[in-house]
Design a protein around this ligand. Structure first.
Ligand code: DX5
Ligand code: ZN
Length: 222
């Protein structure tokens, strides 16, 4: 994987929601490639976060793609509303949705990018059937639901495995990792084959600011 292909997707879950617009604009100035929006329903994951109105507001303050990570049961119900609000792509979970083919086709029919996420305990084999239709695979490196968790090191082999399958079946598909990504773990993800890194706490929670955080992350993966 060429080094300059690594993309950064700051996760706003760790942002200061009272200053969300400013912080997203700063992440954009500092070279973020997309904004990762974590949507949680308190059902599929044991936490609540944000929904459609936040995407609508963010659409006014950034030109970056808004990647919407749907940690919700029955994501199909919400695709239209998020698409209308300004989401550019969707990531849905294999575990939340045993009709993922349908969800993927719905997202595509709305003209949106689509990714499938797998949790740390989910086997890579579940991807095989749908991979030809995907723009992205997200390997969760924590159990979804909360920011500021530790990267689960046993996911390393899984990232490598997914990279191998992507190269065989659909090389243009992106491989993203999400959870516990910081200066130490970002290089591990990239070495295993990820080309998109989601990072919340290590960017928006950095005491030295977003610019320093993004520079350090970038340097760590070069
Ligand atoms: C976890 C979310 C992540 C989270 C990452 O369920 O999907 O996107 O915001 O946060 P950090 O980078 O703090 O682990
Ligand atoms: Zn996420």
């Amino acid at each position: 994987m060429p080094q300059n292909a690594v993309k950064f997707a700051p996760s706003i879950l760790a942002a200061d929601f009272a200053r969300l617009g400013e912080q997203v604009a700063e992440a954009e100035r500092c070279g973020a490639d997309r904004i990762h929006v974590d949507v949680m329903d308190g059902h599929f994951v044991p936490n609540l976060s944000i929904g459609v109105p936040v995407v609508k507001s963010l659409r006014q303050v950034t030109r970056l793609p808004l990647e919407t990570h749907l940690m919700i049961s029955d994501p199909d119900f919400f695709l239209d509303a998020f698409a209308e609000a300004g989401s550019d792509s969707f990531i849905v979970h294999w575990e939340s949705n045993h009709n993922e083919r349908h969800t993927i086709q719905r997202a595509k029919s709305l003209g949106k990018g689509v990714g499938l996420a797998i949790n740390p305990a989910t086997p890579v084999e579940v991807l095989e059937e749908v991979l030809p239709d995907l723009d992205l695979v997200l390997v969760m490196t924590v159990n979804p639901g909360f920011g500021h968790q530790h990267f689960i090191r046993s996911t390393w082999a899984k990232i490598q495995h997914v990279r191998r399958i992507i190269q065989q079946v659909r090389p243009e598909c992106e491989l993203e990792v999400d959870g516990g990504i910081d200066e130490t773990t970002a290089p591990l993800g990239v070495a295993a084959g990820a080309n998109v890194l989601v990072a919340g706490t290590s960017i928006f929670g950095c005491s030295q600011g977003i610019e320093t955080a993004m520079r350090r992350l970038r340097e760590a993966t070069e």
